[in-house]
Design a protein around this ligand. Structure first.
Ligand SMILES: NC(=O)c1ccc[n+]([C@@H]2O[C@H](COP(=O)([O-])OP(=O)(O)OC[C@H]3O[C@@H](n4cnc5c(N)ncnc54)[C@H](OP(=O)(O)O)[C@@H]3O)[C@@H](O)[C@H]2O)c1
Length: 326
């Protein structure tokens, strides 16, 4: 599926290309699955700034089987995941039967099936980075609830799942009015609306402590409020901007409550850390409700699913079947 830019916008077209089209790399992968992430939706959004040069094969997640490997320890038939770096934005990605990437971008799968790895994908990996940051901050379930914003989204829903699996009380914040069952099934103890609850209220530097920490993929005014309501010694792991990229706050949460703002980037995590975290995702950080999170679609449906993400009408994680589903 190749994204082409034209005067009328960016469209995904089913197209037959030859092997050279895949671009440089020492590992060729038969792609079993890819998935739908917010960044994939941006890749087909005009002027979103995620992709500089079209045409490109989008798909920031590649999950599949090694066909050939010129370097490193990989062998044909090994099951792998690759995401981040330039994949799907400046290097052809996972929405094609084959992908070719540098060996240093590839993680061998141990303890997770390809299907489960695809449900997790970049969004779930970002959730795991966020949870890891809160754990490294020293937060434990006894400290109190953890807030998750954009809770029905990819980062949000996997965060709810991992945190509840670890025994944390999870407060899920969502703009969707029909998402209570979905979020409580994933382990949320409480479901609330978007934040701040009263959007017209004048922002305060500090307000009553409501949570010990937060996983935030929304940003903007919501993040300013979250910081003001985070308890002493807490941490807020920030990965996204669906609610806005600006942040207008004061130093008060930092200097009076010792709150830490924890930046989360999944794209350029060094490969050794990336491999370690994927191992944790198959062990102590394993989400327990992957089948509840997943929707499946053939890759030919990718554009429709990404348009739903653009409209904010998507929940959980959509996995695309790729090889064999064209
Ligand atoms: N830093 C990184 O490495 C990294 C990695 C992955 C993703 N991200 C970022 O994280 C964010 C989420 O990514 P994703 O893949 O999880 O996206 P997603 O699956 O599309 O989920 C986004 C969720 O954000 C909420 N949302 C949408 N519009 C909103 C608005 N105007 N105000 C407040 N909330 C809104 C919705 O949740 P509710 O309806 O439940 O409120 C939506 O489901 C994106 O900004 C993405 O770019 C960053």
């Amino acid at each position: 599926m190749v994204a082409h830019e034209s005067d009328s916008g960016i469209v995904l077209t089913r197209q037959l290309v030859d092997e050279e089209y895949l671009g440089p790399g020492d590992v060729t992968i038969k792609v079993h699955y890819s998935s739908a992430n917010f960044k994939d939706a941006l890749a087909i959004t005009p002027r979103a700034g995620v992709v500089r040069n079209y045409p490109i094969i989008p798909g920031i997640d590649i999950v599949g089987e090694v066909v050939s490997a010129d370097n490193g320890d990989l062998s044909p038939g090994d099951l792998v995941v690759a995401h981040g770096y330039d994949i799907g934005v400046a290097h052809n990605g996972g929405y094609a039967q084959y992908a070719r990437v540098p060996v240093d971008w590839v993680v061998a799968l141990h303890g997770l099936s390809p299907r489960h790895a695809a449900v997790i994908g970049t969004a779930g990996f970002t959730a795991a980075l966020s949870v890891q940051a809160l754990l490294d901050r020293g937060l434990v379930p006894e400290d109190g609830p953890i807030l998750v914003t954009g809770a029905t989204g990819g980062v949000g829903s996997v965060s709810v799942d991992i945190l509840s699996s670890l025994g944390f009380e999870v407060v899920a914040s969502t703009g969707k009015t029909d998402a209570d069952d979905f979020l409580t099934t994933l382990g949320a103890s409480e479901v609330i609306g978007r934040l701040p609850e009263d959007p017209d209220e004048r922002p305060r530097p500090l307000t009553k402590s409501r949570w010990a920490g937060a996983v935030d993929s929304v940003g903007g005014r919501s993040l300013a409020y979250i910081l003001s309501a985070t308890g002493y010694g807490g941490g807020v792991a920030v990965s996204g901007l669906t609610g806005g990229s600006e942040l207008s706050t004061t130093v008060m949460p930092f200097i009076l409550r010792n709150v830490a703002l924890l930046g989360i980037d999944s794209a350029f995590v060094p490969i050794e850390q990336r491999r370690e975290l994927w191992t944790r995702l198959s062990k102590d950080l394993r989400p327990q409700h992957l089948s509840k999170l997943e929707q499946h679609a053939p890759i030919t449906e990718a554009e429709n699913v990404l348009r739903a993400i653009q409209k904010g009408a998507h929940s959980g994680r959509t996995v695309f079947g790729v090889a064999g589903e064209f």
